[in-house]
Design a protein around this ligand. Sequence first.
Ligand code: CAA
Ligand code: FAD
Length: 379
Amino acid sequence: MHFQLTEEHLMIQKAARDFAQNELKPGVIERDEHQKFPAEQIKKLGELGFLGMMVDPKYGGSGLDAISYVLVMEELSKVDASASVVVSVNNSLVCYGLEQYGTEEQKQKYLVPLAKGEVIGAFCLSEPEAGSDATSQHTTAIDMGDHYLLNGTKNWITNGNSASTYLVIAQTDAAKGHKGINAFIVEKGMPGFTVGPKENKLGIRGSDTHSLMFTDVKVPKENRIGEDGFGFKFAMKTLEGGRIGIASQALGIASGAFELAVQYSKERKSFGKPISEHQAIQFKLADMATQIEAARMLCLKAAWLKDQHQPYAQASAMAKLFASEVAMKTTVEAVQVHGGYGYVKEYHVERLMRDAKITQIYEGTSEIQRIVIGREVLK
Ligand code: CAA
Ligand code: FAD
């Protein structure tokens, strides 16, 4: 066992850190305030190969490992979690899902432009009445021979408006329960597909979250992913890796807030000395550092297991559960370390605190991660 990153890992980490500082930091407060999608920045991330990081180069990807993915997600999320969620969804839900389970034709047609970052994708499982209880899908896809007829509404879809390719989960045979669920590739612009208004959110305000409506959308049969009835397992398998992305996002939000708190504590003086010299502040920083390091280890362990082709469902759920709770605690404490200045936008920590909350909700709430972990440990 060794705890050292390779030269390649360090280079990728540095590239992501530089990108975050030079390209994401300018304008991040304004994008948050005005709920502006970081379109230019995402385009550049695509050109640099960050949107198809783990995809085989023969499909336009960068062919990197999951450890690199964790490092990149942490660095980007330190600065802009609205941009990093786009990176997470595109890489670990959409590209991974297509590369792992798509046909060669689907990969050529859809995966290649997604991996090159020419377009971005969305993953559409949640519905107005089916979030945690993901098997109770109300969206239906009726088999019409050469196509399926898709009807229903998806809720809270990240990249809802900016995506071009949507992986949509729907019920094809209610009598079969979760075995009657399928996943489909749906293109923006297919007749009957409309995008609802942008949600006005607490955090990750730059990311575009929309509901999607499908009314008699004709989805060609060749756009079904996998065997008939594979859709629920497709969603679950894909989310195993997605949770590594969100865990690393939470880790980045926490470590970004921590770095700001350390810096500020050395600059701000009270009672004649920097506040970092007050033990109460040092103890906060010590707790933050310890929890962040533990979260980082869980993220890297889950990624390592994935890279080794070993089971990682439990590890990714643990990483997401723990890192998201660390993100919440750390950002609240980082605001506290900043005092009144932490409560205003220029100092960044209030945004990180608002952004942290979503990591306990999406890609399975903390309660759902405990269910996944509980079932694994009792197996
Ligand atoms: N791999 C393979 N198969 C799996 C699986 C996995 N990880 N997890 C479950 N399954 C299979 C089960 O084996 C079972 O199949 P069999 O009957 O053939 O054995 C089938 O799926 C149904 O599983 P369960 O009985 O465990 O289903 P459940 O109704 O109890 O729910 C759950 C399980 C874990 C709670 C699941 O519903 C879940 O993960 N809910 C959370 C949904 C979620 O994470 N949504 C995220 C949306 S995407 C998103 O949020 C993106 C973003 O924000 C950026
Ligand atoms: P519910 O499932 O109604 O849960 C409400 C509360 O009850 C939660 O605290 C939950 O943990 C708890 N609960 C529910 N069931 C249980 C149980 N069995 N035991 C214990 N507690 C339970 N979805 C997508 O498909 N694609 C996306 O791109 C996407 N992006 C998102 C972006 C944002 C900003 C948001 C807010 C959500 C996004 N989601 C997306 C949806 C997200 O995955 C769901 O919100 C999440 O899975 C929870 O579902 P819900 O909101 O319906 O809550």
